[in-house]
Design a binder for this molecule. Structure first.
Ligand SMILES: *[C@@H]1O[C@H](CO)[C@@H](O)[C@H](O)[C@H]1NC(C)=O
Length: 232
């Protein structure tokens, strides 16, 4: 009981209040094929995935040339789809992935499925820190860090590529999402973390990597009864 009270003395503001989208919600639908790529993009701000469905919710999407039998189940949804895409895309300005990443099992055998991802673009600090450098996150007084997403690896040939050989920047599919930045930095007013194998492990040996991340600064909100608990 006491533990519960103490942990409620400082509450972070509900994240949703601070994520005022910079534009309206976007929806991307990718039909099921052997090897398809889905691409999410924000012209301003970073991606925040709101919903994702792998399965089928209606007979309309991805129906061209299909047999009615293949569209018959409109209550088909794979569990965990949203988590997979959030992990992959939250906090990025663009996010491209092979839709095979969500096809971990078949939620409705014989039904033709699609992947629908709904997302918004929310304002955030976005940064890429080259390997062996420190990422420094900070917020002004009274506010604390909330990390939307972080990746260690390489997703393009241009970031942190100065004086590198073609081989060192060749692997652009080396990208390991990491929760470590959030674990270390959330709730703090400033935070430093090294973009290094020693911190994150090495997702692609021989490749020059970088840490890409996005965060916001949230106001801290004190629970009204805080002063009472301070006296206990
Ligand atoms: C995405 O948004 C559309 C339009 O609001 C909605 O009809 C659809 O159900 C949403 N998809 C998911 C997976 O929630």
């Amino acid at each position: 009981m006491l533990g519960f009270k103490l942990s409620s003395t400082l509450l972070l503001a509900a994240t949703c209040l601070l994520m005022t989208p910079v534009d309206s919600s976007k929806s991307v639908i990718t039909c099921d094929n052997a090897r398809d790529v889905q691409r999410l993009r924000c012209d301003s701000g970073v991606i925040m995935v709101e919903a994702a469905l792998y399965g089928r919710q209606n007979t309309m999407f991805c129906s061209a040339g299909r047999d009615p039998d293949q569209l018959a189940d409109t209550e088909c949804a794979q569990d965990g789809t949203m988590d997979i895409i959030k992990k992959r895309c939250d906090g990025k300005m663009t996010c491209e992935f092979d839709t095979r990443i969500v096809r971990t099992s078949d939620p409705c055998v014989g039904i033709d499925k699609y992947l629908q991802t709904n997302y918004t673009c929310v304002p955030a600090f976005h940064m890429a820190t080259c390997e062996h450098s420190y990422a420094t996150l900070s917020c002004s007084e009274g506010r604390v860090i909330f990390v939307y997403g972080a990746d260690f690896g390489r997703r393009d040939r241009t970031t942190c590529s100065h004086m590198r050989t073609a081989a060192q920047i060749a692997d652009v599919e080396c990208s390991d999402p990491t929760a470590l930045v959030a674990e270390r930095c959330n709730g703090k007013s400033s935070c430093m973390i090294k973009a290094s194998d020693s911190v994150f492990g090495d997702p692609c040996p021989g490749i020059t990597k970088y840490l890409e991340l996005a965060y916001v600064c949230e106001y801290t909100v004190k629970a009204p009864e805080e002063s009472d608990h301070m006296m206990e």
